[in-house]
Design a protein around this ligand. Structure first.
Ligand code: ADP
Length: 218
């Protein structure tokens, strides 16, 4: 099964993609994580994307498309059972290119899951989000705290706040979401593959809804 996770930043796409991908043996491809890895490694793509990401704007479609197509191709070569695309596509242009790419590769999307989260919840989640510097594992100061405040459970390293989780940048990311990404809900509705998950609740209840949606799908 091949899934796309849609929703505003902070809706919980990454958290739930991580859990569902393990349960269903899918590969979790998070566009933001792959971009951040490129920034960290100082690749050409990373250098092009760095300041755009820090401002909370979108990296140009052509760059992100090529990056994601390479990832999907490598999964196909490894014979994986499917993938969850998290944070991709994020524009109508990306969604159209993804469609063409999948058709060429004789693949298709099983569903696009929209994480419905209210603006207030999203802002609260993003401003309290902390990440592990080693593997990017996500925590939240209140909703998902580490065992020791400010320290990663797995690596014992201090947790970081993402540069783009500053209040001003959160505002930009939400504006970009409304302008460029929200139209994808209608795009996938028209294709007949849109599913909804109410994403304001706590992580276990959202996860339950998600599992219910796909309990009989492989
Ligand atoms: P979030 O979903 O919480 O905003 P991500 O980690 O998915 O965060 O993305 C972080 C940043 O990476 C985005 O603000 C944007 O600059 C860039 N990015 C991620 N995915 C895409 C994409 N599909 N197209 C363009 N830019 C992207």
């Amino acid at each position: 099964m091949n899934l796309v996770f849609l929703g505003p930043p902070g809706a919980g796409k990454g958290t739930h993609a991580e859990i569902l991908s393990k349960e269903k043996r899918l590969v979790h491809l998070a566009a933001g994580d792959i971009l951040r890895r490129n920034v960290k490694e100082g690749t050409e793509l990373g250098n092009q994307a760095k300041s755009i990401m820090a401002r909370g704007e979108l990296v140009p479609d052509a760059l992100v498309n090529d990056m994601m197509f390479a990832e999907i191709r490598s999964l196909k070569a490894k014979g994986s059972e499917g993938f969850i695309l998290d944070g991709y596509p994020r524009t109508i242009g990306q969604a159209e290119e993804l469609d063409r790419f999948l058709t060429r590769e004789k693949m298709s999307l099983t569903a696009a899951v929209n994480f419905d989260a209210s603006e207030a919840v999203v802002i609260e989640r993003l401003s309290g989000r902390r990440i592990c510097a080693v593997d990017g594992k996500i925590y939240h100061v209140r909703n998902m705290p580490p065992k020791t405040e400010g320290i990663c459970d797995c690596h014992g390293q201090p947790l970081l706040t993402r540069k783009d989780d500053q209040p001003e940048t959160i505002k930009t990311r939400l504006a970009v979401y409304h302008e460029s990404t929200k139209p994808l809900i209608d795009f996938y509705f028209r294709k007949g593959i849109l599913r909804h998950v109410a994403a304001d609740g706590d992580a276990p209840s959202v996860q339950k809804m998600l599992e219910k949606l796909f309990e009989n799908t492989r």
